[in-house]
Design a protein around this ligand. Structure first.
Ligand code: G6P
Length: 602
């Protein structure tokens, strides 16, 4: 994910920018750049790939004396990772860096092109700098031009702009993407999270959505839609590790909360009106494909299993899912008309990689769905769709699962369109639900507090069953896996309709059942399954939009207009439940015993 650093002051600026960007490396990026104005002169450097490449390019550049500087690490979204698309973006006299998405950039771009502006990149960001210069040329003062620019931007952004027309100033604006300002005497720093400025700034102000302004003469002027405002600085943490967690207790918690935002990144550029577009794929790649086989491990296997329902239901294509370590040794029969999909957060899981190699040897077309570009699985696959979740640090996977599931959902629609198996009405409903997914993933305080309170009931007992039907069965498997990974309590995911064929023998008041009871997917059927358990005195935690009298505990969901919205909202609830139980038990949430984030052994 992209990162921003900025500085106004007397210190050597290149080092401040490169050091700061280095601290943001963990977020993932594929190009980087810096721009400095000193003695009214602009300098700019960009490089594709790692920061070392940028450091090499700036080897002979030093900037001592007063100046302003901005830097950026870019994770490609609109346009490929090239130098032209890397930030900072140049107008005639100004540079801009930006995180987020300018949703109305095409409209703004057309307007600017109509007035003679030439664009050199494929990014949405470049619009900001041209819009600023467009207004500035209409005799507006630089800040007035910036204010007018910000007013026209729609979407999420954190942006910094510098210009030769006001060479001692950084203009800033924030809406939906994080940004903060650091202070140390006369030095002013900007960054998209606090790690780049720890050890440099003493105090900090975390900008709120809708705030903008400028930094000059050792201070900032801050505005929002109601005009100029005052603000209170706070002391800056000195602990980098804590800072990377952005105030959350654990990386896993942070990553659960991030899901709503990263999901927008996963979808960005891929939902095109009433259609799905993957620049990574072409329809020719799918010609001749008449079935799908998916291989994965762990959490990735669960997203695969959920998608098999979607591929068959929406794209009417047979889809079989296999655990990679089982697939490798079963002497599988492979058909050249089968599309072989691997799913992996890390792209390095040994069993998944070997399964992929086997399929390739058998002549199958391969597609990977992965979070890490250039990983072994990505390099080995014919095609890849990146999930864009940003780096996941918690060993127990959360946002990687959510984004994998989203990509697979989009892919099932993409194939349904290709195979002409979806009506316009259904398509509109699916796309509409996708667009609303970030909302269903938002965690509110009330929900988190409620789960925290009820989690105290679930710290012992002789086991958990997570039950669901259809796509909620893989979600039940994933909910149980999350819980056992970080709480070390025994938990199983089970198809609700299958409980009566064995597991119901375990039912008593010490058996905890987490029942996923969506309104839009076989509600009456799962209700009967849960009633059977309740009749045998099992303790029931029901998660549903519909009140359920027999539940011992009940968490009411809100987004019940589409099964996938129910899926994602319930997913968040099961993640927080696992988190809160693990915290109460005093476990190391981010590094659970015996587990590794990337399993590169068989
Ligand atoms: C390990 C991790 C799991 C992950 C699995 C597959 O077991 O602890 O969280 O789901 O590997 O990893 P992958 O990177 O291939 O998705």
């Amino acid at each position: 994910m992209c990162g921003i650093v900025g500085y106004v002051g007397l210190k050597e600026k290149k080092e401040i920018l490169l050091d700061g960007l280095k601290e943001l490396e963990y977020r993932g990026y594929d190009s980087a750049g810096i721009a400095v104005i000193e003695n009214k002169k602009l300098s700019n450097f960009k490089a594709v790939g790692k920061l070392e490449n940028l450091a090499l390019k700036t080897k002979n550049y030093l900037s001592s004396g007063f100046g302003v500087a901005i830097g950026h690490t870019r994770w490609a979204t609109h346009g490929k990772p090239t130098e032209l698309n890397a930030h900072p973006h140049l107008g005639e006299k100004s540079f801009v860096v930006h995180n987020g998405i300018i949703e109305n950039y095409q409209e703004l771009k057309r307007k600017l092109q109509g007035s003679g502006v030439t664009f050199v990149s494929q990014t949405d960001t470049e619009t900001i700098v041209h819009l600023f210069e467009y207004y500035q040329k209409q005799n507006m003062q630089p800040f007035e031009a910036f204010e007018k620019t910000v007013d026209e931007l729609e979407g999420a952004y954190a942006t910094l702009l510098i210009s030769e027309v006001e060479p001692d100033t950084i203009f800033f604006a924030k809406n939906g993407s994080p940004m903060l300002v650091g202070f140390d005497d006369k030095d002013i720093y900007f960054a998209s999270s606090d790690t780049p400025i720890i050890g440099k700034a003493k105090e900090v102000y975390y900008l709120n959505d809708g705030e903008y302004g400028y930094a000059k003469d050792g201070n900032i002027k801050l505005y929002d839609k109601n005009g100029e405002k005052t603000f209170t600085k706070q002391p800056l943490s000195k602990d980098k590790f804590t800072a990377q967690k952005d105030g959350y207790r654990f990386f896993m918690e942070k990553e659960i909360y991030e899901q709503s935002r990263v999901m927008s990144e996963t979808m960005m550029g891929r939902i095109n009106g009433n259609s799905i577009h993957f620049e990574e794929l072409d329809q020719e790649f799918l010609n001749g494909i008449d079935s799908i086989k998916i291989c994965a491990c762990g959490t990735s296997y669960h997203s695969a299993l959920a998608s098999s329902y979607l591929f068959e239901r929406l794209a009417r294509i047979p889809c079989v899912v296999e655990i990679a370590s089982e697939f490798r040794y079963k002497e599988p029969l492979l058909d050249k008309n089968t599309l072989f999909i691997t799913i992996s957060q890390s792209g390095e899981t040994a069993d998944t990689l070997e399964a992929l190699k086997m399929a390739k040897r058998a002549g199958l077309k391969s597609l990977s769905i992965c979070n890490v570009d250039n990983s072994s699985i990505v390099r080995e696959s014919d095609k890849t769709i990146l999930t864009r979740a940003g780096i996941e640090k918690g060993v127990a996977s959360t946002k990687a699962f959510a984004t994998q599931t989203m990509v697979l959902w989009m892919l099932s629609i993409y194939m349904a369109i290709h195979r002409k198996t979806i009506s316009q009405d259904v398509l509109t409903g699916e796309i509409n639900a996708m667009i609303h997914t970030p909302k269903a993933l938002l965690v509110n305080d009330e929900l988190h507090t409620k789960i925290h309170r009820l989690s105290k009931r679930y710290l012992h007992g002789h086991g958990f069953f997570f039950i669901g039907r259809d796509i909620f069965y893989p979600l039940a498997l994933e909910g149980a896996l999350k819980l056992k990974e970080i709480s070390y309590l025994h938990a199983e995911g089970y198809p609700a309709g299958e409980m009566k064929h064995g597991p119901i023998a375990l039912a008593d008041s010490h058996l905890f059942t987490v029942a996923l009871m969506p309104r839009t997917m076989h509600y009456e059927k799962i209700k009967s399954n849960v009633e059977e358990l309740s009749a045998r005195d099992a303790t029931i935690l029901a998660i549903s939009p519909m009140p359920f009298d027999l539940a011992d505990d009940f968490i009411q969901t809100r987004y019940d207009s589409h099964p996938m919205l129910e899926f994602f909202e319930m997913m968040v609830i099961t993640q927080i439940l696992a988190l809160e139980i693990s915290i109460r038990l005093g476990n190391d949430v981010d590094m659970p015993r015996n587990l590794a984030k990337s399993v590169t052994v068989e």
